[in-house]
Design a protein around this ligand. Structure first.
Ligand code: WTA
Length: 653
């Protein structure tokens, strides 16, 4: 049975429903389904007035002329000619009230060291660092690459860029030197912010050394600022005179006053690279006004943020979840955000729950892959700690299997806490399909219903409404991407060409009789490993750069913990030996070229790969082989023997 059919069957069999606990609904921003339906209707019938009233909750230096400009679709514009600054809305907006002394960030390092920054302190830090950036020639529109561990300076850096109108491009600290180089070159970053190290499972990641290697060929980079994080003796940093500065040195004595620059609503706020169906990662563009409004309102309603909450999103800021729901969404809401640097199983498997107890976390947002690991580690770890502060749980990154959902609900939430299963993407900027915790009855495994202003549908290839098919978003929304950096054609082609006027996210979906959405996974060649998007074409092109590899075909198959994992079929050049050590070398090759998180599970050597007569690798057949299914249609194959040989090989391995 094909993986998606299997999923549809599981979904159809799942009919449990969980109603929001009354005590939760009573205090919630959106306390009932009636309220959701009323506001949803309004947001769809009169989107301009809906979005304007949300935008009015934030500070604008100059009001917009028009909420939505559609004349050059799909190059939509939101809050046209409005001027604002998201750093101002995250910080300065809260300084006139008692919020100034509220904790904005509670940070914990892996070794247990802690720092708390109030809104007023964070504001000062951001202003000082923005002045440093200015001194180094960074201003409006300049790109700044950030390659940092999860330390407060990461948040400070993003907000300092935003304050000046510089565009940040955060690169997840698990990416390799080559991946950094590609991203830095693509956006021509002028400056890189990194650290001497970052802690992970008791080890130090030598981040500055990786950056040095990365930027050897990047003439665009004029300066590197280095945060001193590790006691980094194993990897001493080489600081290049005139180019590299220690963060603590260069910020010393710098003024804590720095006015936020009024930015056009459509000015670029950040770039974030993500994988697609071709070899080259895409620089997803988000702009200022719409993204601010969308992350603000989704964070407020989906997480039901209240002044007393301690909110913890475990995602790294290197991914979009960290951008929208550790930095911008919570801070525009004046929330207290917990940030943790290290691994969930360090020094033991109870680390997260110890932190929940110690910091009295009320809202906890994580990924299904993490939940499945917690399940596997055993109930004794969460059961050791007092988790009674928790009132709301969330998940994101992939569909959550009902078994993991129930475990999360019972063992972590003790049956008391609603769960918000939030579907969205790097491209959408914020949460699109989600329960509202005080209103929506949840069904394990379903991301339930669209957020306000989001019109979704399940369509066939031809664009007809279908029960099971492809997810579509039928109109623009403020948080949407505005393009792919340097490639507006690809933007149009990838997202807006499948059906006229509708956004194509690339996910399969099903809608049930209650109108609930069930996401069935990617329908393109993007694999979701532990919540990280990896394009199979990207891996294939990295494989063929290896001197021994002739061709590569990469697919994703189901994995118990990670959701999916990579199986790579490789054919070697003449005279190369298919050995165990070469397989290991190729896995390391991927780790080196992309990052450890993309390491293949399995390498299978084959004399040849199944191809169509026009020479395209037939991934569908590779998937059939890997899942041991009866083979599909092979009549278009160039050499049918190839498949039989491969299948035999896979079964032997
Ligand atoms: C998948 C992460 C099912 C989906 C925010 C999407 C999900 C891709 C869910 C985007 C969910 C994310 N249920 N699938 N709740 N959340 N996905 O860009 O396939 O890293 O297209 O953004 O993750 O991944 P990205």
């Amino acid at each position: 049975m094909d993986q998606r059919t299997k999923k549809i069957e599981t979904v159809l069999a799942e009919d449990r429903q969980f109603h929001p606990p009354e005590a939760f609904s009573r205090q919630a921003h959106i306390p009932s389904m009636e309220e959701y339906a009323k506001l949803y209707k309004k947001s769809i019938h009169n989107p301009v007035s809906f979005w304007e009233s949300v935008a009015n909750e934030l500070v604008w230096f100059q009001k917009w002329d028009k909420a939505l400009e559609e004349s050059e679709a799909p190059f939509y514009k939101w809050f046209v000619n409005g001027k604002t600054n998201i750093s101002y809305n995250c910080l300065d907006r809260h300084l006139d009230s008692a919020l100034r002394n509220k904790a904005a960030i509670i940070w914990e390092g892996e070794a247990g060291d802690q720092r708390t920054l109030t809104y007023s302190q964070l504001h000062k830090q951001v202003c000082r660092f923005a002045n440093v950036l200015k001194k180094l020639g960074i201003g409006r529109g300049d790109r700044v690459a950030i390659y940092l561990p999860m330390v407060p300076e990461l948040v400070i850096s993003t907000l300092a860029c935003a304050r000046l109108g510089a565009v940040h491009s955060v690169i997840f600290a698990g990416f390799s030197a080559e991946a950094i180089r590609d991203r830095v070159l693509d956006c021509e970053a002028k400056l890189v912010i990194t650290a001497d190290g970052g802690w992970r499972r008791g080890n130090i990641l030598p981040l500055k050394n990786i950056v040095d290697e990365a930027i050897q060929d990047c003439a665009c980079v004029k300066h590197i600022i280095v945060v001193k994080r590790g006691e980094n003796d194993p990897f001493p940093c080489h600081m290049k005179e005139g180019r590299d500065y220690w963060y603590h040195d260069i910020i010393d004595g710098v003024s804590a006053e720095c006015a936020a620059v009024p930015m056009d609503s459509e000015a670029m706020l950040f770039l974030l690279y993500t994988s697609g169906t071709t070899g080259k990662p895409k620089g997803i563009i988000h702009t200022t006004g719409g993204y601010m409004v969308y992350t603000y309102i989704t964070a407020k309603y989906v997480f039901d943020l209240k002044p007393q909450d301690v909110y913890w999103c475990t995602a790294d800021i290197g991914w979009v979840t960290g951008h929208s729901y550790t930095v911008y969404g919570p801070l525009t809401n004046a929330a207290t955000v917990l940030i943790y640097e290290g691994a969930p199983n360090w020094p033991d498997k109870g680390r997260f729950w110890k932190m929940v107890e110690e910091h009295a976390v009320t809202i906890f947002y994580t990924a299904p892959t993490a939940i499945r690991s917690f399940m596997k580690w055993g109930d004794e770890w969460p059961n050791k700690y007092n988790l009674s502060s928790l009132r709301l749980l969330g998940t994101v990154g992939e569909s959550i299997n009902p078994e993991a959902w129930i475990w999360y609900h019972q063992t972590i939430g003790k049956g008391r806490c609603p769960i918000v299963d939030t579907w969205w993407q790097t491209e959408t900027g914020g949460i699109m399909l989600t329960p509202l915790p005080g209103a929506t009855s949840t069904k394990p495994g379903s991301a339930t219903l669209p957020f306000f202003g989001i019109e979704a549908a399940v369509l066939s290839e031809e664009g007809k409404e279908a029960e099971a098919g492809i997810l579509a978003i039928c109109r623009p929304w403020p948080g949407m991407l505005r393009g792919i950096y340097g490639d507006s054609q690809r933007y149009k082609q990838t997202y807006w060409s499948k059906w006229p006027g509708k956004y194509f996210p690339g996910d399969g979906a099903k809608k049930d009789k209650d109108g609930y959405y069930w996401i069935l996974g990617r329908i393109d060649d993007v694999v979701n490993i532990a919540g990280h998007r990896i394009g199979t074409a990207e891996l294939e092109s990295v494989f063929v750069e290896h001197e021994s590899v002739a061709e590569a075909g990469v697919i994703g198959i189901d994995h118990e913990i990670k959701g999916q994992c990579l199986v790579c079929f490789i054919s070697l050049k003449e005279g190369r030996q298919a050995t165990e050590s070469l397989a290991e070398e190729l896995k390391e090759w991927i780790a080196k070229k992309i990052g450890r998180f993309a390491m293949p599970e399995k390498i299978i050597f084959a004399a040849d790969l199944p191809k169509t007569r026009s020479g395209k690798i037939m991934r569908r057949l590779l998937r059939d082989i890997a899942s041991g299914r009866a083979l599909g249609n092979v009549t278009t194959l160039a050499d049918a023997n190839v498949v039989e040989q491969l299948k035999k090989k896979y079964e032997e391995d």
